[in-house]
Design a protein. Structure first.
Length: 250
C-alpha cells in the first residue's frame, strides 16, 4: 500500500524537516527529527494547538449570559463535569472528594482524543490515536495517576486493594491483581489504537481497490460513530480506575 499523503508532513518536508511515514520508519538513518515530526506527533501537536486556540477564543470575552463559543465550551465542560461526578464515588464513602483531582485530566483526555479521532476523518490528516505510542502514553498517565490517588488517600493501606478479602489467599491474589492491573495497560491502550487504526486501514484498502469516491464512505460514516464511542470508553474506564483506587478495599 502506498504511503498516505499528509499535508502538514509535506509542508515540513518542503522546509527541509524529515517528516512522514518513510522518515519515521527509517528514523535511525534520518535522526531524532524524524521521530519528533512523525505524522502522529505532528497532528498531535496540531490537536493541542487547536484546543488551546479554541479555549482562548472562547474565554476572550466572558459574559454572564454566554453565547457563541463561550456557550459551547460551558456546555462541554458542564457535561464532562456531571459525567465525572456521576462516575466517581461519593466523598462521604471515601472521606476525600477526588473530583477536583480527576476532572482536569478527564477534560484533557476527552478533548484531545475527540479531536484526534475526528481529525483522521479529514483527507490529508493523520489520526494521532491510530498510533500505539500515543494511546500508550495516555494510558500510562491514567495508570500512574490512579495509583497515586490510591496511595494519597489510603497510604500504605492501599496494598489491601491487591490482597483480596480472604487472608490465606492474599499471596495468590496479590499476583493475580498485579497482572490484572498490568492488563489494564494493554486493554486501555490497544482498544483505542486498534479501533482507530482499523478504520484508517480499511479506508486505505478501499481507496486502493475501489476508488476514491463512494467506496470508503460506509467506513467513514462508521468512523464518525466509532470516534465518539472510543473517546467515551477511554474516559469511562479511566474514571472507573480512579474510583476504584479511591474506594476502600473490600
Amino acid at each position: 500500500m502506498e504511503e498516505p499523503i499528509f499535508f502538514l508532513c509535506l509542508i515540513l518536508q518542503k522546509l527541509g524537516i524529515p517528516s512522514g511515514e518513510h522518515f519515521y520508519l527509517h528514523a535511525d538513518h534520518f535522526g531524532i527529527l524524524a521521530r519528533i515530526f512523525a505524522p502522529h506527533m505532528v497532528y498531535g501537536y496540531l490537536a493541542f494547538i487547536l484546543l488551546v486556540l479554541l479555549a482562548l477564543l472562547g474565554t476572550k470575552r466572558l459574559e454572564f449570559i454566554p453565547r457563541g463559543l463561550q456557550n459551547l465550551w460551558e456546555m462541554v465542560i458542564e457535561t464532562l463535569y456531571n459525567f465525572s461526578r456521576d462516575n466517581l464515588p461519593d466523598p462521604k464513602h471515601t472521606g476525600r472528594d477526588i473530583l477536583p483531582w480527576v476532572f482536569p485530566l478527564i477534560v484533557m483526555f476527552a478533548l484531545f482524543i475527540f479531536v484526534s479521532n475526528y481529525m483522521g476523518l479529514i483527507p490529508g490528516f493523520a489520526c494521532p490515536t491510530a498510533n500505539i505510542n500515543v494511546t500508550l502514553g495516555l494510558t500510562m498517565i491514567t495508570i500512574v495517576y490512579y495509583h497515586f490517588i490510591g496511595l494519597r488517600i489510603h497510604g500504605l493501606g492501599y496494598i489491601k486493594h491487591f490482597l483480596g478479602p480472604i487472608k490465606w489467599l492474599a499471596p495468590l491474589m496479590f499476583f493475580i491483581e498485579v497482572f490484572s492491573h498490568l492488563g489494564r495497560v494493554i486493554s486501555l491502550s490497544v482498544r483505542l489504537f486498534a479501533n482507530m487504526y482499523a478504520k484508517e486501514l480499511l479506508v486505505g484498502i478501499l481507496l486502493l481497490l475501489a476508488g476514491p469516491f463512494l467506496a470508503p464512505l460506509p467506513i467513514l460514516l462508521l468512523g464518525v460513530l466509532v470516534a465518539f464511542i472510543q473517546m467515551l470508553i477511554f474516559v469511562t474506564l479511566s474514571l472507573a480506575y480512579f474510583a476504584g483506587a479511591a474506594e476502600e478495599a473490600h
